[in-house]
Design a protein around this ligand. Sequence first.
Ligand SMILES: Nc1ncnc2c1ncn2[C@@H]1O[C@H](COP(=O)(O)OP(=O)(O)OP(=O)(O)O)[C@@H](O)[C@H]1O
Ligand SMILES: [Mg+2]
Length: 422
Amino acid sequence: MSGQTSHPAQETKRGRASILLALAEEHVRSSFTLALQDYGGGVVAETCSDSSSAVARAIECRPDVVLVGAELQPSDGFTTVQEITSRVPGVSALLVMKDPAPGDYRRALQAGARDMLAIPVEKKDLFAALDAAITVSTAKRSALEDITARAQQAPERQTARKIVVFSTKGGTGKTFLATNLAAGLARAGKRVALIDLDLQFGDVSLALGMVPDRTLFDLVQSYGQFDVALMREFMLTHAASGLQILPAPLFPEQGDQITPDDIQAILDVVQLGYDYVVVDTPPFFEERILVALDWADDVILVGSMDLPTLKNIKLSYSTMDLMAYPAEKLHVVVNRADSRVGLELRDVENHLGRKVWHSISSSVDVPRALNAGESILLSKAGSRVAKELLGLVALVEQGSGANNNGQGRPQGRFRRRATNDG
Ligand SMILES: Nc1ncnc2c1ncn2[C@@H]1O[C@H](COP(=O)(O)OP(=O)(O)OP(=O)(O)O)[C@@H](O)[C@H]1O
Ligand SMILES: [Mg+2]
């Protein structure tokens, strides 16, 4: 341990935290134990020196945080982290190692660690990592304590209207439309959840001026099962509208770990607690997005006034035809519809052979609002774009999508085929 930074004790935050130190080398154990004496008053730290006792102690004592050395034996630290995080609900794991090689950080995250620290660790870095780990673990634990009681109460029966905003072309305005549609519905008094399924580069929270400390990754990491109330512990509330957001993972490596089953579980649960669920997506088809598209009542295909994008929309239609989606489930919304590029909306409709559901103009206020982390629908309420967005909100409220009672639902036909073929 290096550095003499003294850290102010935060009794309320750290008072009940318990930490298990699983470190093979005696002198490393002692230096961490010593450092922890400066970390808040009520921290209970326990040590062990091999992977078997680390797993056993973690299961028995359910610490808030395990700090695991990469050099543990007989199983190494990565395997130990994996085993502990999969067997101890709500625990946060930190991996520590000397001279990490490129790729070790990614391996640590993939094993389920929240963070990795390189030895020697500065006290301030150790304490900051512990603070973050304990915050997440405390939230997970308190939510978990309620879950059994809630499971015995009457199940939540309401089913939301489910809207996925999609386009196979990047930068068409999916995030702009998804955030404003969700904020508009929420502002109208509806209970709305916005899920960021752009699992690699999601920027929904940024677009609404928020910084997440917990994400979809943290939700799925420790829970095989969860309910709406637990999910809400991982969501941000957008103060201006009341909208609740489940942010995308903070790092692409975390996004990689989310499985189609995780997405199915999240979507199945979130629909029970809201009037509307809006989903933002990345600009491509993949298994996890197909889960969302199957699940949706309405898919908004975002287009713009250029032939490559229109070609992409046509291809998306063909793909969705393969999935046997009812026609009324799919809606084309043309963004930046007033761009002077020699195409009119009727040309777009002729090209697609379908009606355009709605269109939104181009305005410099849109990037300005995004950069300011504001919903333009709220921050520039009188503007043309805001009024057009309200028109979209009204269309969604009229509910012209496919019914979600299950009839005719293709049950992931494309996905099964993709999987079988793949
Ligand atoms: N109607 C509009 N007028 C002007 N600029 C717009 C409009 N719609 C979107 N933009 C701008 O285009 C850019 C891309 O928008 P956005 O991030 O919503 O696209 P996206 O489809 O989510 O992109 P990605 O595929 O990368 O996720 C942003 O800078 C945004 O401000
Ligand atoms: Mg986007």
